[in-house]
Design a protein around this ligand. Sequence first.
Ligand SMILES: Nc1ncnc2c1ncn2[C@@H]1O[C@H](COP(=O)(O)OP(=O)(O)O)[C@@H](O)[C@H]1O
Ligand SMILES: [Mg+2]
Length: 286
Amino acid sequence: MTEPLLFISGLSAVSDRDGGSPILRDVALTLERGEVRGLVGESGAGKSTIAKALLGILPRTVRVTGGTIRFEGRDLLTLPAPALRDIMGSEISLIPQDPQTALNPGRRIEVQLTDGLRLRRGMSAKAAHARALALLEEVHIRDPLRVLRAYPHELSGGMRQRVLIAAAFALKPKLVIADEPTTALDVTVQKQILRLIRGMQRAHGTGVVFVTHDLGVVAQICDSVTLLYAGKVIEQGSTADVLQRPKHAYTRALIAAGPRYDRPNAGLEPVPQSVFEQLRAEIGIK
Ligand SMILES: Nc1ncnc2c1ncn2[C@@H]1O[C@H](COP(=O)(O)OP(=O)(O)O)[C@@H](O)[C@H]1O
Ligand SMILES: [Mg+2]
């Protein structure tokens, strides 16, 4: 048996900021190589906490109380810092939520794209430049030479997000974490960016954990989905199974509430109070 790309089991965490209240409750999920898994739930469900744990950037006020995260068999929670540094940004990378703040405003795009190639892959300046150019072409940027010379403020939000996608794939990672990568963009750009991420991960066979609160996004790009509520996995499986044959009342209610259930008034039906009562009873919270 070969190890899956990612194997999370029994993952539990508490917040030392909120008096030790649980953030993750016995979370288990598996990701195979080349699979795109949606991590879905409303605000506060624990999606970003899982993403941060995968990137080794949990805040100090979040304490893991149990469980394992194995990346190709290596336990990310117990790996020594140097080994973890070798993995982060290189074998596991991030497409961030906000393209406005994720790029360094004072440095040209070329520097930001080539730093990792030079420092972590030992490329010459010339080779890194050529690779950065090819990466920008791969994310369908039309005038890549101009963009390489540009500063972030000279680019639109959609262009910046393309640059960040190029950066996330630059070192050929095995796992990309996308934490709500399209929420800051307008709808037409969102669709293009989703297609781009899907295209890049297919071309490279990359596994993706795609954090979103939008089941419409899940339907569009995820092979599988894990639905969280209050840090607990409520339902998971292939996207087709979960969206077409939901088992849990909460999943059914979210589907009925429409793709943007997080936005009051946008959905067809809000999630009924009785469903939240059922969830809280199951999880054992007030
Ligand atoms: N820096 C932090 N320290 C302690 N607790 C945190 C911190 N950040 C978030 N939390 C708590 O973790 C819980 C889950 O948050 P998060 O993972 O950000 O949810 P999501 O991404 O699904 O909206 C929330 O209850 C939040 O209060
Ligand atoms: Mg979040």
